[in-house]
Write a protein of this length. Structure first.
Length: 261
């Protein structure tokens, strides 16, 4: 059964919901709502990775997280859901592990060398996100001359092999295909259409396509248009992936339950 991952951005500049939930009470209220709407994982982040975003330091990131994270994790666990931390910093991940985090969602896929030790010494699962650099740059993409499926698959195989060789249990590894990171809109559609080809990696597959720029080719006029398009794709791919990360959990949950193909 595909797990829906609800998004909580404690950021002032995230591409779609920046500033909405960086107040603790608003964030906790939204977490509860996302779980009621059908999320079984809540992914909490404090740094925007939208194209050309200004990156923040680990100290700045933790400053945003520390007031919310302890209560957020407790609330998530009290509602029988899993808590995920969206971070590329090992020290942030370590602090989250101490608080009981279940998943480390590393959008940079181990750009911080110390992240390996955090993974080795915790029970938390790790999400490796395919990327060509953080923050993403729309001008830097996989060449159209290459087979994008094989390129992403080979990249994932190398990352997974590295972790396994360094004593990380394969059962702890999740692979995010990286929609919005180093891919053209055409390539994003192609990957979503061939998700089953990633099954040979023998790890759970994670998809974060919600409100991403590849949807602009369908000319959405509003946020709800983007959510509707996201949900259509969610229904199409749900049976070929293990995690779907979205903003509008209620709509995506409805579409997956009723129209998954």
């Amino acid at each position: 059964m595909t797990k829906i991952v609800g998004i909580i951005n404690l950021t002032p500049d995230s591409f779609s919901d920046g500033g909405k939930f960086n107040d603790k009470e608003k964030a906790l209220k939204q977490i509860k709502q996302l779980i009621e709407d059908g999320a079984s994982v809540i992914d909490i982040g404090a740094e925007s990775t939208r194209p050309h975003a200004s990156l923040i330091t680990q100290k700045e990131e933790w400053q945003r997280l520390k007031q919310v994270l302890p209560e957020a994790i407790a609330l998530i666990h009290a509602n029988n859901a899993q808590a995920s931390i969206d971070t590329r910093y090992a020290h942030t991940a370590l602090e989250a592990v101490k608080l009981g985090i279940d998943i480390i969602n590393d959008v940079s896929a181990l750009s911080d060398p110390a992240m390996l030790e955090v993974i080795q010494n915790s029970e938390a699962k790790i999400v490796l996100n395919h990327n060509l650099g953080i923050p993403s740059d729309p001008e830097v993409t996989i060449s159209e001359q290459l087979d994008v499926i094989n390129e992403v698959k080979n990249w994932a195989s190398e990352k997974i092999s590295y972790l396994v060789k360094n004593n990380v249990n394969r059962k702890k590894i999740i692979f995010d295909i990286g929609i919005g990171f180093g891919k053209t809109p055409k390539q994003s559609i192609l990957i979503l259409s061939h998700l089953n080809e990633f099954n040979e990696l023998n790890v759970p597959i994670f998809v974060g396509h919600s409100r991403k720029s590849f949807l602009n080719q369908f000319e959405p006029k509003s946020e709800i248009d983007k959510d509707s398009l996201t949900a259509v794709f969610s229904a199409k791919i749900a049976n070929n992936c293990d995690y779907i990360r979205v903003h509008n959990v209620k709509l995506n949950n409805f579409m997956i339950k009723n129209f998954a193909t």
